[in-house]
Design a protein around this ligand. Structure first.
Ligand code: ADP
Length: 748
């Protein structure tokens, strides 16, 4: 009856006409199409009666349908024990006569009757009965047609459903499927009708089927997820809703199967995002119970799901370290449960005692306009905070560096100055804001402005470092010379951004340098004057000295016999003094010449120089029985006559300052990068350490001339020659500890 969906449906003209006709045929005041429901009879159409329905207990029709083959005709209800005391008989409508013609469903199930009723006892003749039977058939046809229309609708729905549908027998064989099922699995419907559930669902092997059947039968309804296998062997996830149906003794399970593989995929995507997120994510009930927590949250908390899931969130390990945070969380949960997102920052202590800073966001999840759950998201901002701190530290360091005692500035590529340090402001006495852009030029000396601008703008154009000198006005109004240095600034992509630079006050330095230059120039001049004087004096002294020497010799020769011993002694001393004086004058002359004369440099073979020296010293060598051992010497750039003097002075000293042994001089050389080292070693008296630096001074002598004659100029001249050749000279201890070793280093 329910499947026909006719009960409590509205009035329909065709059924109204039938009851009117039945009333006419039977000549009865009441005619009804009465349908028997579980506990009532309901009138689809009626004539001659007000009621819409009557209780089933009072119903005549429920008796009439007991034998659906025959009409039930009661000629006088008061005489029939089944109805004599029926309220419908005893009172309104005071039924006496009743004739009910059963109406059946296509499948034979009785549905109700077409009945005629009179308040008078009476009968129907054969013609009336025959006509009413025909009218009943007509009614039955109309109702069943309705039924088949509904069935068609249902069929249409089944065939066009997005879900696959299966009818399965008790033995797990498939009795029917819809087109969607065939399409999903890749089999034809005919083929599927010959298959069993185990053929398409590997999760339900034949032996497991009886328990599934029984489960569904006892619960009438099952819903579960499973995997179906297509004809080509591929599988897909599906959700099955199975109903147990028993109709006319036929038992079956009707199952709708929905392909959820796409949903599953997106769910697994979501799950992946959720679990792999670096953020801590938790799902809460509106009351604050933790329903889910992602992997990151569990890892950070160092907990297993069962230690936290199902607990009030604030009671979990994530918050237990701080009462204050627990209160803050509760407040956020209340706010979010009220529909508003809430956010706060929290410091969490990890199980390993490390601290993490979290940015916590609690948001409501709204589905169909209703707040269903809350989601809590914790973003670890520890590193971000550390980075901010690093940036702050770096900036502090920059400020400290920038506040050094030098005016510093930053300019942009096109908008001029964007920053100046405190020293600039203090130095110029002009506030920062009055110097930004190109306003800083106001403190540049007007005469230097054009050149300063030109150099700066040229550097901007070339995007290159620059350095310039200009006068900058100090706070006291004095213009002071500065050297500005600008370094080009570039971003990560090497794009020019402007300059960073500093300005150094070089006024004092410059003044000192100028004073020093002046002093040097004066000193040089005075030295030159002195040299000139020494040269001129010694040159001019030679002549009178020669005259004195000559006249003394004449005096000695001419008056030798008249002079007594004392006078002869005086003359001898005078001659020695003159000789000595001549040596000194020659020495001073040589010394002056080395410093003042322009000398030509050429390639000089020192072996030849040494040959010349040996020949010059031949007499001294034989007198002293000296030996001179010379190894191969180099050729170098120098002046031949000065180099001869240099070598001769050193060799002659080596012979002169001899010990008791005959002098032995050794000369050799060593390469020293671009230079050459010449070694002069003797076996003489040696030089005490404390005098090693003094001996190169003018007139410096370590012995009295009674011990070793000399002027004290030889080594001074040597030093001067070495200097003129850009070399150096040193005296060091010999390996044996005896004698002296002079080392002269000269460029090649
Ligand atoms: P001098 O004319 O007295 O030799 P030098 O300028 O040549 O003047 O030498 C300065 C002093 O250095 C000498 O008085 C001597 O004491 C010392 N001197 C120079 N060469 C040697 C040497 N080869 N051995 C020891 N002493 C030396």
């Amino acid at each position: 009856m329910r499947s026909l969906d006719i009960l409590d449906s509205g009035r329909e003209h065709v059924f109204d006409s039938i009851v009117e006709m039945a009333s006419e045929i039977a000549d009865a005041p009441i005619a009804l199409i009465s349908l028997v429901d579980r506990d009532r009879q309901w009138f689809k159409a009626k004539v001659g009666i007000e009621a819409e329905e009557t209780p089933r207990g009072q119903s005549f029709c429920s008796h009439a349908i007991l034998n659906s083959d025959q009409p039930m005709i009661i000629e006088d209800a008061t005489l029939d024990p089944r109805f004599a005391d029926n309220p419908l008989v005893c009172s309104t409508p005071n039924i006496r006569f009743y004739a009910g013609f059963p109406i059946c469903h296509l499948n034979g199930t009785p549905l109700g009757t077409l009945c005629v009723i009179d308040s008078q006892p009476r009968a129907l003749d054969d013609r009336q009965i025959s006509l009413l039977k025909k009218l009943t058939k007509q009614t039955e046809h109309l109702i069943n047609q309705r039924s088949s229309f509904e069935s068609q609708l249902a069929l249409h729905a089944i065939e066009n459903s997005m879900d696959a549908m299966f009818w399965v027998r008790e033995d797990s064989s498939i009795s029917d499927v819809n087109d969607r099922a065939a399409e999903n699995l890749g089999y034809t419907r005919e083929r599927l009708r010959k298959m069993r559930i185990s053929d398409i669902d590997p999760g339900f092997p034949l032996e497991a089927w009886p328990s599934v059947w029984e489960d569904c039968r006892s619960k009438q309804f099952l819903r579960f997820e499973t995997i179906h296998r297509r004809k080509d062997g591929t599988t897909y996830s599906c959700e099955v809703t199975a109903h147990y149906i028993e109709l006319n003794g036929v038992k079956s399970i009707f199952a709708t199967v929905r392909d959820v593989s796409e949903q599953k995929k997106s769910a697994s995507w979501l799950r992946g995002i959720y679990d792999h997120s670096q953020n801590l994510i938790g799902l809460l009930s509106l009351e604050g119970e933790l329903l889910l927590a992602n992997r990151t949250a569990l890892e950070v908390g160092g907990v297993e799901p069962d230690q936290v899931i199902g607990k009030m969130f604030w009671d979990t390990v994530f918050w237990s370290h701080s009462e204050e945070l627990q209160q803050r969380l509760k407040k956020s949960i209340r706010t979010a449960a009220g529909g508003e997102q809430d956010r706060f920052f929290a410091t969490h202590v990890l199980p390993n005692c490390e601290e993490v800073e979290l940015d916590v966001l609690v948001s409501p999840i709204v589905i169909n306009g209703e707040i269903k759950h809350l989601v809590v998201e914790g973003i670890d901002i520890t590193d971000a905070n550390k980075n901010i701190q690093k940036i702050k530290d770096a900036e502090k360091r920059f400020r400290e560096v920038a506040d050094i005692n030098t005016p510093c500035w930053i300019t942009e590529s096109d908008t001029g100055c964007s920053w100046l340090n405190r020293q600039w402001v203090e130095y110029t006495g002009v506030p920062l804001e009055d110097h930004l852009g190109f306003a800083w030029t106001s403190v540049v000396h007007p005469d230097d402005l054009e050149a300063t601008n030109a150099i700066y703008l040229d550097a901007v154009e070339k995007q290159s470092d620059f350095s310039l000198e200009y006068r900058l006005r100090r706070h006291d109004g004095e213009y002071r010379l500065h050297r500005a240095t600008g370094r080009a600034r570039r971003d990560a992509n090497q794009k020019f951004e402007g300059f960073v630079g500093y300005s150094v006050d070089i006024q004092d330095e410059r003044t000192q340098k100028l004073a020093l230059n002046k002093l040097n120039a004066e000193l040089k001049k005075s030295n030159e004057d002195l040299e000139r004087f020494a040269f001129a004096a010694s040159h001019d002294l030679q002549e009178p000295l020669r005259a004195i020497g000559g006249f003394v010799q004449l005096l000695q020769q001419k008056y030798d016999d008249q002079l007594d011993e004392q006078a002869t002694g005086y003359i001898e001393k005078t001659v020695k003094g003159v000789e000595r004086m001549a040596k000194i004058i020659n020495g001073v002359l040589s010394y002056s010449r080395v410093g003042s004369e322009d000398v030509d440099f050429e390639l000089v073979d020192l072996n030849l120089v040494m040959d010349c020296v040996q020949s010059n010293l031949g007499e001294l060598v034989s007198l002293t029985s000296a030996t001179i051992e010379v190894s191969q010497l180099p050729t170098l750039h120098g002046n031949p006559s000065l180099l001869t003097q240099l070598l001769q002075n050193l060799v002659s000293n080596g012979i002169k300052y001899k010990s008791e042994q005959p002098p032995e001089i050794k000369i050799w050389c060593e390469s020293a990068g671009p230079n050459v080292k010449l070694f002069f070693q003797d076996n003489g008296i040696g030089i005490a350490d404390e005098y090693k630096q003094q001996i190169f001074g003018l007139f410096k002598r370590l012995h009295h001339r009674s011990e070793f004659p000399g002027t004290g100029l030889g080594l001074a001249i040597v030093k001067r020659i070495v200097d003129r050749h850009n070399g150096s000279i040193d005296v060091v201890d010999t390996e044996s500890g005896e004698g002296s070793l002079f080392i002269v280093e000269l460029p090649r």
